[in-house]
Design a protein around this ligand. Structure first.
Ligand code: GLC
Length: 424
């Protein structure tokens, strides 16, 4: 028995030496963990490992984008080499650029140029490509097609219509015995997700983007106050009180259980909501977000994720090859079909298989061009301070701690201090 075990170990050892490249390495990647992100990451990294003979370990970062940001910043600040490849938010490229290698050294121009030029430009800092575009994101309004049909209502075009429709269906459904039904769910916890939602409300009412393109602080204005005050009036009337602690997953879980009429979320929710075992499969539609009043316009925030190679990685070239593979057409297509992750490779928006699986992607190309960007370029390294003050102020109003008028005035003052110190 002993002899047998030793022999098989030797045999296995021989096999491994044959199948692994001379310099097989073990890389660590930190992918997202929201929805199916981890599963897709695991699938594609295993495929690459099989093809190349290298190994890949998946790190487990915090779920919320802003928590991940601070953890990464601490690790990278210490020159930590444990993680080779980072999945980074579209808003971080400028904030973390100095910790990543220039991917142009390792990837072909064709690989890079097949992506949306605006995303490549966002990821290029001082001429260095610090992240390869992986998937893009834009805020979507999901709705229960079946319930709108049941009550003979059409999909709303502006926020008032949406809330009226949500409230009407919520009331009717509750009368019919569905006591758990709510009209609208979104990301209302105090984190980056709330900044995205609140920016959409404000921009839809033509209330600006907190800080304008020239760097002027604009948040304390009547349209922004109107938008935030309206959102506060939804809590416990058309939106459940727990929405104040909802992130992306909490919102889609509630909508998926059948207990909400409308939901704001990112595209990934589409695939989960339409999965075979989902109670709302085939009962839902997805639109871009509605416009504000007569003065406003439809406003969806632009999100999205990139893959970056750490400067402290011991194997930057191999890590860049993993990035090349994960951001390739093959992998982006698998992710778009199976997970509704919107590709960054432009030609994939004409791919019939992708459009059949995720029909709303056909409308996403124009929606992305019109999408609202967070005020990152104008605030530079202060963006995290700006967004933290923003979501804190909005969260207070939603919780009923002070009015929109007073909180946005305080916010404007806080941002002035940030600007004064930051010099933008
Ligand atoms: C999504 C977006 C990202 C945003 C985050 C907020 O993941 O892609 O850009 O920061 O949501 O929760």
């Amino acid at each position: 028995m002993m002899m047998h075990a030793t022999l098989s170990a030797l045999f296995l050892g021989a096999l491994l030496t044959v199948s692994l490249p001379a310099s097989a390495v073990n890389l660590t990647i930190s992918c997202g963990t929201v929805g199916q992100e981890r599963d897709f990451c695991e699938q594609a990294t295993s495929a690459w490992a099989k093809e190349t003979g290298h190994q890949v370990t998946l790190a487990t970062p915090p779920k919320r984008s802003n928590e991940r940001f601070f953890q990464y910043l601490i690790d990278l600040g210490q020159g930590d080499s444990r993680i080779d490849v980072y999945q980074i938010d579209i808003i971080w490229t400028g904030l973390m650029a100095k910790h990543f290698v220039d991917l142009k050294q390792y990837l072909s121009q064709a690989d890079i140029e097949q992506n949306f030029p605006a995303i490549v430009a966002n990821n290029t800092v001082d001429g260095h490509l610090v992240g390869m575009p992986w998937f893009t994101d834009v805020g979507l309004m999901y709705y229960r097609k079946d319930l709108l049909e049941k009550y003979g209502l059409s999909a709303p075009k502006d926020w008032s219509e949406l809330i009226d429709t949500a409230l009407y269906i919520q009331t009717q459904e509750r009368k019919a015995g569905r006591a758990e039904m709510w009209g609208y769910v979104f990301q209302g916890a105090a984190y980056e997700g709330l900044s995205c939602n609140a920016l959409e409300w404000i921009a839809a009412y033509d209330g600006g983007t907190v800080v304008d393109m020239e760097g002027a602080i604009t948040i304390d204005n009547p349209q922004a106050i109107l938008a935030i005050a309206r959102a506060a009036s939804w809590i416990d009337t058309v939106a459940p009180p727990q929405v104040l602690s909802f992130n992306e997953e909490d919102a889609y879980q509630m909508f998926q259980s059948g207990n909400a009429v409308f939901m704001r979320n990112w595209p990934f929710a589409w695939a989960l909501l339409n999965a075979k075992d989902s109670p709302v499969a085939t009962k839902i539609g997805a639109l871009t977000l509605p416009q504000g009043g007569a003065k406003g316009f439809p406003a969806s925030v632009l999100g999205g994720w990139q893959l970056a190679v750490s400067k402290y990685s011991k194997h930057p070239e191999v890590a860049a090859d993993l990035v090349r593979y994960l951001t390739s057409e093959t992998v982006q297509k698998q992710r778009a079909i199976g997970g509704a992750y919107p590709p960054t490779i432009m030609r994939l928006y004409d791919d019939p298989e992708i459009l059949a699986a995720t029909p709303f992607l056909a409308k996403m190309r124009p929606a992305m061009q019109d999408a609202v960007a967070r005020p990152v370029p104008q605030t530079g390294t202060d963006y995290m301070a700006v967004t933290t003050h923003f979501w804190e102020a909005v969260h207070k109003v939603l919780q009923g701690q002070g009015t929109a008028t007073s909180n946005l005035q305080i916010l404007e003052n806080r941002l002035r201090h940030v600007k004064f110190r930051g010099g933008w």
